[in-house]
Write a protein that binds this ligand. Sequence first.
Ligand code: 5AD
Ligand code: SF4
Length: 428
Amino acid sequence: MNFNDSERIRGILRTMGYEPAKTWEEADLILLNTCTIREKPDQKVLSHVGEYKKIKEKKPDALIAVAGCLVQRAGWELVQKAPAIDIMFSSFNIHQFPELLNQAQAGYKAIAILENPPEDEDKIWEYPLERDNPYCAYVTVIKGCDKNCTYCVVPRTRGRERSRSLESILEEIKRLVEDGVREIHLLGQNVTAWGKDFKKQMHFSELLWKVAEIEGVERIRFTTGHPVDLDDEIIQAMAEIPQVCNALHLPIQSGSNRILNLMDRGYTKEEYLEKVFKLKEKIKGIALSTDIIVGFPSETEKDFEDTLDVIKQVEFEQIFSFKFSPRPGTPAASIENQIPDEIKTRRITELLEIQKTIMAKIAGRYKGTVQEILIEELRGKDTLVGRTTTNRWAEMKGGRELTGKIVRALVKEASPFNLTCEVLEVVR
Ligand code: 5AD
Ligand code: SF4
């Protein structure tokens, strides 16, 4: 979501006459879009601003801006610690960025931090986005999250669920397709809840069908789905709509029922596994990926073993694992039995070791198969890079004329993160 916000912020800057600078020193504006999901990105912000301040000392007209979730969480505290900041706006105020920029250019401090999303938040959809990838585009369909996972700061930084209207989503996608985009990646903290907050409720599966009807949409992905909201209708739509990619990111967070309960995730290990096995049965060869938090307060060796058990049973193609990071104001941060960092490190290392073996095994299954790959980029003279529908990076030899095309290719070599292929034919 932050990445997509940055694309929007870049789009706004472009319409206001800004262009990317080659060096920090020549920049008229340095903008940092922040994340506060874990402590580490949070801590980096002040040291970055410190660096930019040195640049500003030599070029006093240069503006420093800080945006994003950290501003939502700690805004005023931030500007007290780093008075060099000229512009600050939170994740609720991106649509106000043009005004703020004008104010700052006129020499005022420009700060907008709202407690709640404003009424005119939807104005944001009218602003253009600047994207690096001409063939694959993120499209935000829902903002915020109504779940209250006890470790998570998102409901505090992004607010409650607000679905974007069907018309607005489809209109953006039509424009993207006209511009040559072939893969649409629907985005939201909890995409599977899309439409539940409409006066006349809609279901996420209806959105999938509607997007698929747009001529020129060759591929559809979506993140992040919540296991509770992933129901039979969505699974059915995924199985029946040819453009929906053969991949799903479905965060489990932990394999222990005791920890899942403390996290308030709303499902058990068994319920999660049931959905996974249904997905695997209905959608042959689906590539599953997940998020896991290691060292949640009070996590025992037995709890951790339960997580390892799920990993071994499901065989995820990819796992994003994180050490639990206490976030200010979240219930989990004040649970007494916090796990020491050495234990978190040991557990995450063990988990990654096991996952490495699984990934090598999965890679082996790709070798010798024929995959459909959307070519996204030409690197160097003749190396094409693209992704399979299962979201694997693949490299092959070929020329610029193949960029943006979907090709069928034979997998010659497969490593855990990359496939080396040979193009057989252009599909479309
Ligand atoms: N500590 C560690 N990981 C976290 N995540 C969210 N909050 C925390 C936290 N406090 C992880 C979850 C989520 C992913 C985006 O970040 O796994 O799915
Ligand atoms: Fe955070 Fe995701 Fe839970 Fe929402 S569903 S509170 S975004 S972890």
